[in-house]
Ligand binder design. Structure first.
Ligand code: ADE
Ligand code: ZN
Length: 341
């Protein structure tokens, strides 16, 4: 197990994806095809021009490119196509289980009905059962919109609740602390949703935001959240409560200049349940196996370390203990077979 993890080992390893924005899987090719089909002017007319527009060095500059691109998604089939294309790719990368973020408010603000979005995404999750990939949806509140808007979203989602597993919080964290949504999170828990939220990298008041999320709102996971290493008491807390942190090395590198690999490995050393995920792969240069490989290659990680990330992903997924045992056994079988080769 002290053997270094190769790309081949990473590719075949069963894993869960817990931090992926479906809208962040919109590849330039699909963006252009949907723009042409739906007669939407996106300001670029070639793949090269689209790629050239991906200039960002912060969360805010990324979001300024990310939201306008969503205009090309118009029909239920468009949402289905986007999600199903991602799920096929995830299956090829041996993702066995996925919990996927989506941003209904960003679509409703441009006149797309909630049901168009949720039905398209959910149908894709259902169809992924054909290749034995279990996928679920996490509905995000946009934190730069009002708490009232989040409350309205919860009400609109109520008839579709069987299609949504959990609630997340994303978009621009600046001046938008977790406590802004205290009541809405309380309501979400009362309605039976699982809860998580973003704690993006190096945000103003990062530690206070993480404290609010963990100690007051009591989220079950934290998305990113690696700034927690600045506070050893909080690190102990998440380790003891086995709260998952969903790290995304490649997106960290683009919005924060650094993969945060030292922080991720430090958390692992403290027995924190940190996992590796892909965030917005169409924008940040790689899907889940690219993220595993990026941190593995840079740090010379062993098979044992990589296996621990994959085990953490299942252990912090919103599934029963029995389901966790099934996936963990799959990993053990994969590793045993790998060494027999
Ligand atoms: N929306 C899509 N990706 C995001 C991220 N990494 N942080 C906050 N909001 C997002
Ligand atoms: Zn994210």
């Amino acid at each position: 197990m002290t053997q270094l993890a190769t790309r081949e080992f990473i590719n075949g390893l069963p894993k869960a994806e817990l931090h992926l924005h479906l809208e962040g899987t919109l590849e330039p090719e699909l963006k252009l095809a949907l723009a042409q089909k739906n007669g939407i002017d996106i300001g670029q007319s070639t793949i090269a021009e689209i790629r050239a527009s991906y200039q960002f060095d912060s969360l805010a500059s990324f979001l300024a490119v990310y939201y306008p691109a969503m205009d090309v998604l118009q029909t239920e089939d468009d949402f289905y196509h986007l999600a199903f294309t991602y799920l096929q790719k995830a299956h090829q990368e041996n993702v066995r289980y996925a919990e996927l973020f989506f941003d209904p408010q960003a679509h409703m603000a441009r006149g797309i009905a909630f049901e168009t979005v949720v039905n398209g995404f959910h149908r894709a999750c259902t169809d992924a059962h054909a290749f034995n990939l279990d996928a679920h949806l996490i509905m995000c509140f946009l934190r730069d919109l009002s708490a009232e808007s989040a409350r309205q979203l919860l009400a609109i989602a109520k008839p579709y609740q069987t299609k949504i597993l959990g609630i997340g919080l994303d978009s621009d964290e600046h001046h938008n602390p977790p406590l802004k949504f205290l009541r809405e999170y309380g309501e979400a828990v009362a309605q039976g949703y699982r809860i998580t939220m973003h704690a993006d990298i190096d945000q103003v008041d990062a530690i206070q935001h993480i404290q609010q999320a963990l100690e007051i709102i009591r989220v079950e996971r934290l998305d990113h959240g690696t700034n927690i290493v600045e506070n050893p008491d909080l690190v102990d807390w998440v380790a003891q409560l086995r709260i998952g942190l969903t790290a995304c090395p490649l997106s960290n590198r683009l919005v924060a200049d650094d993969m945060q690999d030292q922080e991720i490995l430090q958390l692992m050393d403290h027995n924190v349940k940190v996992s590796i995920n892909s965030d917005d792969p169409a924008y940040f240069g790689g899907y889940i196996n690219d993220n595993y490989a990026a941190i593995a290659v840079k740090n010379g990680l062993t098979i044992e370390q990589i296996v621990q990330f994959a085990k953490n992903s299942f252990e912090t997924a919103w599934i029963s203990d029995a389901q966790k045992q099934v996936y963990l056994a799959e990993i053990d079988t994969y590793v045993a077979d790998y060494f027999k080769k």
